[in-house]
Ligand binder design. Structure first.
Ligand code: ADE
Length: 227
């Protein structure tokens, strides 16, 4: 899979996508991530990528020209399955969307900044808009990193234990059960007996019960989504 990220602040993405599991996936060439600096596509002599909003109001708006230029260059080189824009005023990003995106060959993620992009970018160039939650970040760069991370860890071969992505929270609309490791007794804080029993069926049943209880208590909305 190939992910092209277009951003005004490349450094905000280079670090989150340059370590640990994602970095190893890149090194193993399980994913290609290319970060493009929008400023390199600025068309005016001041190299600006934003301008004042027509009609007045607070904040700057990302201009259409540099975005048109970089998306045009990329789409001229290969076909993209989705061209995503990160913005809080859009559909909420979920595990289901991450699963779907992980099956694609090539995607572009345009990360928003300032007050947002000129609406004509959204109308004519973008195929999908995603928010990572009902709060406003100072820019969409971290949202782009979050979305990329959630996708890449699902790609075959990225996680060492192939089943571990399947047992994540949200994969079956349930929160993950509690996990423990050694020691079995730490200052009197004991690991549940069943996990030490070696009885696979009982352990599986206990985990499922724990997942249900946790979900019912903390995220009952997930159980409703299931209906
Ligand atoms: N940009 C600012 N806030 C955001 C959010 N919650 N999701 C996606 N992009 C954003």
């Amino acid at each position: 899979m190939r992910i092209d990220i277009i951003t005004a602040i490349p450094k905000l993405l280079e670090s989150p996508l340059g370590h640990s599991i994602i970095q190893r996936a890149r090194e193993k060439r399980l994913v290609e991530i290319h970060i493009h600096n929008l400023r390199d596509y600025a068309t005016n002599r001041y190299k600006s990528i934003d301008d004042y909003p027509f009609g007045g109001g607070a904040g700057m708006v990302m201009s259409v020209e540099p975005i048109f230029k970089v998306i045009g260059k990329l789409t001229g080189e290969r076909k993209y399955d989705e061209i995503i824009y990160t913005t809080p005023d859009s559909e909420r990003f979920t595990q289901k969307i991450a699963n779907n995106l992980s099956l694609m060959m090539n995607i572009i993620i345009l990360t928003g900044h300032y007050k947002g992009v000129d609406q004509r970018v959204r109308d004519h160039l973008i195929t999908m808009e995603l928010s990572i939650g009902d709060y406003v970040l100072s820019g969409g760069e971290l949202a782009g990193a979050v979305i990329t991370d959630a996708i890449v860890r699902l790609l075959p071969g990225v996680l060492s234990d192939e089943t571990s992505a399947l047992t994540d929270s949200f994969q079956d609309n349930l929160l993950a059960p509690p996990v423990y490791t050694r020691p079995a007794n730490f200052k009197g804080w004991k690991v549940p007996e069943v996990l030490l029993s070696g009885h696979a069926e009982k352990i599986e049943k206990w985990r499922l019960e724990q997942s249900w209880d946790r979900t019912k208590k903390i995220r009952p909305d997930l159980l409703k989504d299931e209906e």
